[in-house]
Structure formats: C-alpha cells, structure tokens
Design a protein around this ligand. Sequence first.
Ligand SMILES: Cc1cc2nc3c(=O)[nH]c(=O)nc-3n(C[C@H](O)[C@H](O)[C@H](O)COP(=O)(O)OP(=O)(O)OC[C@H]3O[C@@H](n4cnc5c(N)ncnc54)[C@H](O)[C@@H]3O)c2cc1C
Length: 470
Amino acid sequence: MAYDYDVIIVGGGGAGMCAAIEAHLAGARVMVLEADTRLGGATAQSGGVFYAAGTSVQRARGYDDSADAMFDYVMTINQWRIKPDLFRVICDESGPCLEWLIELGALFPPAQLVKGGVEPVPRAHPSAGAGSGIADVLINRVGALGIDTALATRVDGLLVENGQVVGIRALGVELRAPAVVVTTGGFGNSPEMRARFYPTAAQHGDRVWAVHNAAPFILGDGITLGESIGAAITGHDTGLLLPSSGHGKNLEPFLPPWLMLVNIQARRFIPEMASYSITGYALNEQPEARGWAIFDEAALRTASHDIRYLDPYGAGINLPTWEEDTIRKRVAKGEILVGETLEQLAVKCKLDPRALAYSVEQYNADCDARVDSHFFQQEEKAFPVRTGPFYACEVRASTIGVTGAGLDIDRECRVLDEAGVPIPGLFAAGEVLGVLMGKRYAGGGMSIGPAVVLGREAGRRAAAYRYKNA
Ligand SMILES: Cc1cc2nc3c(=O)[nH]c(=O)nc-3n(C[C@H](O)[C@H](O)[C@H](O)COP(=O)(O)OP(=O)(O)OC[C@H]3O[C@@H](n4cnc5c(N)ncnc54)[C@H](O)[C@@H]3O)c2cc1C
C-alpha cells in the first residue's frame, strides 16, 4: 500500500509541533497540515504558563516538588474524575518536558514562578515572551529539522480503509499515511460547538467569547473529524470560564481587590481575590450564574488608579476594565449601574435592599478591622463601601479560557471509539482532548503542559505504529 508520509499531523499548534518533532526524531516521514497561515495556534497567543513539578526552575527558587505530589493534587481537586493512568504520564513527564523546552531555547525565569491554582508549592512556570516564547522554539525546531509543513490547509476528512485510518483529505486532495495525529486544539471560537459541548458557557449568550480569538481555526474540527468515524466524545460541559465584567473582548481573569463581590441574593460567596482557577466555577454555581461587583465613589477615585491593583497577581495582565475612565464611560452608557444610596443601587440591580445593606455592613466592619472574617483570607479588606454614589457592575464567568470536551484517548494517545476501543491509526493530543479537564481546571499552565507532554507522546507512538503498519 503506497503512503505519502509515515505520520500526518493535523494542526500545527503546540501539541502538533511537539508530535511532529518526536515523530521525525523517531525516523518517520512527517507532514504537518495547518489551517492558519502560520504555525503556533492558541499556544503562540497564550500566556505561556507551563504547569510542571520537580523542575530546575522550582529548585532555583528552593522548592522541593515531585510528580507524585502533582498527581495527588490534580487527582484530588478533580475528585479522581480524570483518567489516572493518563495523568500519571502527564505528571511524570511535566518536569522533563519543561527541561526539554529549556534545551530548545525557551526561558522560564525562576523569579516569575507562581501558584497556578491552589497547589501547595508554585508549579506555574511563565515563559519569557509568553506563548510565543514556547511556540517560537518549536517552530524553529520544526524548521531546523526540515519537517514538511503545509499552511492554509484545513483538513476536512479522514480516510478510512478496513477500519483503519489511512490518511486525510484537505482542499480536495487526499494524503495517505498509516498514522494520523489530531492536534486541532479546542472549540472556543465556534458558537455551535459551544452550544453542543459547553452549555455552561453558552448560557451567557452574546457575552461569551474565547481568548483563542486570535487563532481563528479553534473551531472544534478535531471533534468533527473524530465523530465522522465513530470516535467517542467525552468531557461534556467542562473547561475553564474566566470572570468578565462584560466589557467587550478584554481578558480580565482577575477581579481587583477593591471590589465587593455578591451574588443576586446580595451575599458574598467567594473571596474576591480567589484564584481564577476557582472564581469562574463559583460564579456559575450561583443563582442565575451571575454576581455583582459593588464599590463606592472613594474606591473608584483612589483604588482604581493604584498601580498595585492593575495587576494584582503579578501575572503580566493588567486590568484596564477596572480603570476610572473606563468605568465612568460604562456608567454613562448604563452598563454599570449607579445609585446615590445603597438602597437605590439595590433597587436598580434587583437586589434585596436589606440583604445588601447587611452584607455591606459586615464587609465594612471587616475593612475597618483589616480582616476578612468571612473567608479568612490573608489579604486585607481595605476599601469599605461607604461613600456614595455607589456602583454595581454585573460579573459573569463567560470568557472561555479552555474548552474541555473532545476526543477520548488511552495512555498511548490512541483515539478511542464509542466502545472504548482504539481506532487503528488515529492518535490525538492537546486541547482537542476531552479527558484533560475533569471537574476543575487544576491551575494556570494545565493546558500547555499536557499539550506538550502528550503531543510528544503521540508523536512517538504514531511513529512506532507506522513501523508496524507501513
Ligand atoms: C490568550 C490565551 C492565554 C492562554 N494562556 C494559557 C497559559 O498561560 N497556560 C496554559 O496552559 N494554557 C493557556 N491557554 C490555553 C492553551 O494555550 C491551549 O489550551 C493550548 O495551547 C492548546 O494547544 P494545542 O496544541 O492543543 O492547540 P493549538 O496550539 O491551539 O493548535 C491547534 C492548531 O490546529 C489548527 N487547526 C484547527 N483545525 C484544523 C484543521 N481542520 N486542519 C488543520 N489545522 C487545524 C489551528 O489553526 C491551530 O494552529 C491560553 C489560551 C489563550 C488563547
């Protein structure tokens, strides 16, 4: 049987390029097909945070960490609802894969190491140059190895013969290979896919957008390709939703600490400075899946200008949404509500005035005492809601950070059918998978880390498979 290549990679983002490099190094003739006019995908657009344990970067900061501890944390926070054998691979290989990226030229400054979620030691490794700091070294490596790539080539079909995937179809042309690796990323940019696979996001209607919008082909093609040949789709309604004030397509994953956040019962339900890996889930679990950020004139005049609060996590993302000028413009447009008294504000927001008054009273007492007696957080509550006029901005977790539904794989990255049986010749890695998320996003870096680990694994497995079947 004549093949054009040994391994075809569908999607030239982070996972795809890692798969291509490893398959090539294993001796396979590799072709990467990329729908966009450039390699990199969402990986290149991302914050470039890589989640890993037991790294030289952690050691440089004096942290003793291990794959065992990472496994324990990720499995616990997901209530063991993710595949343990797959996550064992991800945890074991996270550290070595970060070191591999460093060897390729990526930089992960120890000073920037942070906690990505609620783990006991920092494991979120920000790359210097954000996502392009990682994507660029992979693009350079793919080029240096002379791996074939075709840009502006959107794959729209898989070739199957005798139950075995034997190639792809793109632009009306068929290309044959004994192994195909699907690395097409998530589906955040597709309203249809969001409605089908991420109803918690879709419920927010016009407010929903995906941070992937600069990577136009993050449309869920891998799911469509898989479904067309009977692949199982799993991870329904999982992913990461980030809080949003509804101010256009602005990335605003953190709320500034000078807001009081309440639900529609006018009750605080989470510490305002909770990790973004938590806030979205908590918001979507509130009645009507929304809340209100409440603040007063004094906070607007002072805190919104305080440079400490523009990037409260030191994550390199500032919060223009919460600057005074922007807020006043939004007040004028009626997007942020204002009341001369708290009672007036409550009426405009359809909150129970008594409940809001009581919550504010408790909050203000905490501010005066410089404690958070409700959530026992270490950061001080320093901005009482006391000086009118008073403001309220509706907050929803409606910005898609990562989508979690997608293909099912086993620990060898083989795509599984509805019966849980591997589909011969088909492999997958990255955000196209439906097995990475579980109930909770374990922390910042938990997409790129697994994409690199499993991308490399899928590339090696696909190359080995080709030797058996070419
Ligand atoms: C702004 C932003 C910030 C983020 N920050 C972080 C972070 O700091 N840490 C973290 O872990 N995660 C982060 N994420 C998420 C993370 O970037 C992605 O989950 C991850 O990079 C996905 O990698 P991937 O290789 O699976 O997909 P991608 O890198 O998105 O690559 C998929 C590629 O497949 C191509 N493609 C799609 N369909 C087809 C088709 N039919 N034919 C051919 N090609 C196709 C796409 O064009 C794309 O190039 C962020 C995402 C964004 C957008």
